[in-house]
Design a protein around this ligand. Structure first.
Ligand code: DP6
Length: 369
């Protein structure tokens, strides 16, 4: 299956160059929680691609003369050289090497920055790994002598997955599914597929206001988190539940049924946290204010007849999802009644977007030297 991602022989020698891409974060509606080697999910997941929360990455490349190590990388985050990111990048390059054989023949200067504050508690692995993967696939496109429009987005998603599972859902499309699901044609454990076409229009302009309840470092790394599902009492039931929820959510996404959408999205968020609460060791990642926000949101929904719902990541922050047609009323409610529960009043207004885009390095704050 992954044979399709081995490249043809490179037809060009390019001594040096630079590519620059911006990739967004995504918010899972059906959660990926539990994986096998290497980066194979234990259940299918589905997410909204975001817009505002994104990573911009430029990769400068020049042919190596020194071959004393497997890879030669200088990595800068927000303009500062960071050695501590190198082990993660090295692991990623090792996994990607069979599919991108040029990786060991070039020196890379990687410069990365996020559009959202570093301390916001928002995981950047999806957007950062997606941006880096698509930069590499773009370099390979050039080595193959192919035009811009021939860039292989599926391969970019496949490579992004090797860096971080959820990153494969940040490459292309507004709604992306990843993981084999019997009822989805073309679904794969190896890359994300664009599910946008099947969805009702209402979901293509959905809003996601992210309430920053706790802006600290993540308490549970995703590696530890996925590991908790290894011998979890409820693991097998959870994995099959994700398949069932995905089928039901697809139905709601097709028909525009906001009641079912709300029920399923909130159930998935709470199930993710239920898995953490009942693992060994267990983790309580919600904060008192997470629960207060959830209660107020549910009360607002009941009394207003509007349709905002919440979802959660592996942390305390709350994502409030709502349709564009309700944006004014819901945003007013968020500002008046929920922002007070956020740390330092912090929140981010985001919405569904299209995926990664090529950018000019000079358009960015720190990517240019
Ligand atoms: C709770 O993609 O960060 O956000 O593959 O180990 O990098 P790794 O994990 P990661 O896990 C994301 C978990 C989640 C749910 C989701 O996005 O589906």
């Amino acid at each position: 299956m992954s044979d399709r991602f081995y490249p043809a022989a490179y037809t060009k020698t390019i001594p040096q160059g630079e590519v620059c891409w911006q990739a967004p974060s995504n918010i899972a509606l059906i959660k990926y929680w539990g994986k096998k080697e290497i980066q194979i999910p234990r259940n299918p997941s589905l997410s909204f691609t975001l817009t505002a929360c994104a990573t911009r990455t430029s990769v400068g490349f020049s042919l190596r003369t020194d071959h004393s190590s497997d890879y030669s990388i200088d990595f800068y985050f927000e303009g500062e050289k960071k050695e501590d990111f190198l082990p993660k990048i090295n692991t990623f390059l090792k996994r990607a090497q069979p599919y991108l054989p040029f990786l060991s023949t070039y020196h890379f200067e990687i410069r990365s920055e996020n559009t959202f504050p570093h301390s916001s508690g928002i995981a950047s692995s999806a957007s950062s790994m997606a941006a880096l993967a698509i930069c590499f696939v773009d370099i390979e496109r050039q080595l193959l002598g192919l035009p811009e429009e021939a860039l292989d987005h599926t391969k970019a998603s496949f490579i992004a997955r090797l860096g971080s599972g959820s990153a494969c859902r940040s490459v292309q499309g507004k709604i992306v599914e990843w993981g084999v699901h019997e009822e989805t044609n073309g679904s794969s454990d190896l890359y994300g597929i664009d599910w946008e076409e099947e969805a009702h229009e209402i979901f293509k302009t959905y809003h996601d206001t992210i309430l920053l309840i706790d802006q600290g470092e993540k308490q549970v790394s995703s590696t530890v988190g996925h590991g908790l599902m290894e011998d979890h009492t409820y693991a097998e039931r959870r994995f099959s539940q994700a398949h069932e929820h995905l089928s039901q959510l697809q139905e709601a996404l097709r028909s525009g049924d906001l009641e079912s959408f709300t029920t399923l999205v909130e159930l998935e968020a709470l199930t993710l946290h239920a898995m953490m609460l009942t693992s060994n060791p267990s983790f309580i990642l919600m904060k008192p204010n997470t629960l207060k926000v959830i209660r107020r949101l549910q009360h607002f929904r009941e009394t207003s007849g509007l349709h905002p719902c919440f979802t959660l990541d592996a942390g305390a922050n709350v994502h409030i999802l709502y349709p564009d047609s309700e944006r004014e009323e819901v945003y007013q409610f968020i500002k008046n009644e929920l922002v007070g529960y956020c740390e330092n009043g912090g929140y981010i207004c985001d919405m569904v977007g299209n995926g990664a885009k090529k950018i000019n390095a000079s358009a960015s704050k720190t990517l240019v030297k």
